[in-house]
Design a protein around this ligand. Structure first.
Ligand code: NAD
Length: 328
C-alpha cells in the first residue's frame, strides 16, 4: 500500500457516538469517508446532510465500497455487523464492549485471523490525554481504585453497567497490572433499568495487587477517576478534566530541579506533589488515527480484539459474582 493511498472508511450506526466518528474521520489526512449506514433513516439523513456524505441503504452496500468501518451500533448488534464486514474484507473498529457475548468475541477473532483483517476495540480511555504522560510499563501498582459515575440515560441500557461503563476501567486495569487475576468478588443492583445499574467489584491479582472498581449510571454527577497506589507513589488520574497528579512519599529532600513541590514534611519524611501538564487533544481522533495506522502499516492497534475479549471475560466474571450475590 503506497503512502499516498487513502483508506476508504464508513460508519455503521450514527447515533450519539457514530456521529463523532464521522466528524473525526474528516480530520484525518489519509482517509476518505465514503458514507454511513444506520437502520434509522431519519438519523442517517440528518448526519449525511450535516457532513455532506452519502447514505447507504444497506450495510452490505456500505462495506462493499469501504476498506474499513467503524461499528457504532448498539452492543447487542456488534457481532452481526462485524462478522459481515470482516467477511467482506473490511477492517473494523468496534465500539466498546467488543460484543455482548464471549463466544461471539472469540468467533470474531477467528474470522479476523482468517481474513487477515484488523479489529480494534473502542476502549477510548487508553487514548485519553490524562494517560499520555504515564508510562504504563514502569508502574507497579499495589492498589487501584476507580470510580466511573454517570447520570441516567436510556442509551446503553441494552447491557449491564459493567459492560456499559465499568468495561473501560477493566480494560485500563488489565493494561496496568501485569499479573493474572486470583479472585473476584462483586455486588450490584438494578435501579432504573431492568439490568444492573450500579456495580462494585474487588479484584485480587496473583502479584498481590488489589483493585476496587465502582460504576454507576444512576448518579447525580459525572465522575471518572482512576487512582493508582504504588509503594512510594500515588497517581490520581481524572479522565474528565483531564488531569494527572502524582504524590511521592520520600525519605530524601526533593532535588533542586525536581518538578515536585514539597507539600508535607515530618522529620525526614517528605510528601511531594506534582501536577502533570496535560496537552489537550481529541482522544477519538487519536483512536481513529491508530486504527488507520494499524491498517496502513500492518501492525496491531493499541487496543486489540484480544484486549477486548480479556476485558469482556472479566466483566462476565463480575456479573456472575453479582448474580450469585443477588440470589443469596
Ligand atoms: P445510539 O443508540 O445513540 O446509536 C446507535 C445507532 O445505531 C442508532 O442510530 C441506531 O439506529 C443504529 N443501529 C442500530 N442497529 C443498527 C444496525 N444493525 N446497523 C446500523 N445501525 C444500527 O448508541 P451510542 O450511545 O452511540 O452507542 C453505540 C455504541 O457505542 C455502543 O456499543 C456503546 O457501548 C458504544 N459507546 C462507546 C462509548 C465510548 O466511550 N467509547 C461511549 C458511548 C457509547
Amino acid at each position: 500500500m503506497s503512502q499516498s493511498h487513502k483508506i476508504k472508511v464508513g460508519v455503521a450506526g450514527v447515533g450519539h457516538l457514530g456521529k463523532f466518528h464521522v466528524q473525526q474521520y474528516h480530520n484525518i489526512d489519509n482517509v476518505i469517508c465514503m458514507g454511513i449506514f444506520d437502520t434509522n433513516a431519519k438519523v442517517s439523513s440528518e448526519i449525511a446532510q450535516k457532513y455532506n456524505i452519502k447514505v447507504y441503504d444497506t450495510l452490505k452496500s456500505l462495506i462493499k465500497e469501504c476498506e474499513a468501518i467503524s461499528i457504532c451500533t448498539p452492543t447487542s448488534t456488534h457481532y452481526q455487523v462485524a462478522k459481515q464486514a470482516l467477511r467482506s474484507d473490511c477492517h473494523v473498529l468496534i465500539e466498546k464492549p467488543i460484543t455482548h457475548d464471549i463466544i461471539e468475541a472469540q468467533n470474531l477473532i477467528e474470522i479476523s485471523n482468517e481474513f487477515d483483517k484488523v479489529i480494534q476495540v473502542g476502549h477510548i480511555e487508553r487514548f485519553n490525554p490524562a494517560l499520555s504522560e504515564l508510562s504504563l510499563d514502569d508502574i507497579k501498582p499495589k492498589f487501584i481504585e476507580s470510580h466511573r459515575l454517570s447520570p441516567f440515560n436510556t442509551r446503553g441500557t441494552d447491557v449491564d453497567v459493567v459492560l456499559d461503563l465499568m468495561i473501560h476501567d477493566i480494560d485500563l486495569l488489565l493494561s496496568v497490572v501485569k499479573s493474572d487475576i486470583k479472585n473476584i468478588v462483586a455486588s450490584g443492583v438494578s435501579v432504573l433499568s431492568d439490568k444492573i445499574d450500579m456495580a462494585n467489584t474487588r479484584i485480587e491479582f496473583n502479584d498481590g495487587c488489589v483493585a476496587n472498581l465502582t460504576a454507576s449510571r444512576v448518579s447525580q454527577k459525572q465522575l471518572r477517576k482512576f487512582r493508582i497506589f504504588e509503594n512510594h507513589k500515588y497517581t490520581n488520574i481524572d479522565f474528565l478534566q483531564p488531569c494527572q497528579e502524582t504524590y511521592l512519599f520520600a525519605k530524601n529532600k526533593p532535588k533542586e530541579k525536581s518538578p515536585y513541590v514539597l507539600v508535607n514534611k515530618n522529620q525526614d519524611k517528605y510528601i511531594l506533589y506534582h501536577q502533570q501538564k496535560i496537552k489537550s487533544y481529541n482522544a477519538l481522533t487519536l483512536e481513529l488515527e491508530n486504527f488507520i495506522d494499524s491498517i496502513v502499516n500492518h501492525k496491531n492497534p493499541l487496543v486489540t480484539a484480544y484486549d477486548g475479549l480479556a476485558a469482556l471475560e472479566v466483566a462476565f466474571e463480575i456479573l456472575q459474582q453479582i448474580n450469585l450475590n443477588n440470589k443469596k
